[in-house]
Design a protein around this ligand. Sequence first.
Ligand code: SF4
Length: 82
Amino acid sequence: MTKKCKRCGLKTVLTQDDIEKMVNEVMSMKGVRLAREDEYMKRIDICAECDSFIYSSTCAVCGCVMQVRARLQDGKCPKKKW
Ligand code: SF4
């Protein structure tokens, strides 16, 4: 059985395909302000080294999928690492 997040009900372990679908959905939303690609890469590199980064996708502090959150211009790290 697939484990689900207690907070949002999504699967806890996402496939690359799941992540790509979420990213594409958010990036195609009207009015979403995105971070520059270099800023996104800087953020996701910091997450990748963080103890709170779990399942290669999720921040254990805020529960967000970082491949999405780090792309948002106003996205923030709850530990203020970026
Ligand atoms: S958002 Fe911050 S706390 Fe969460 S995984 Fe990334 S660096 Fe770590």
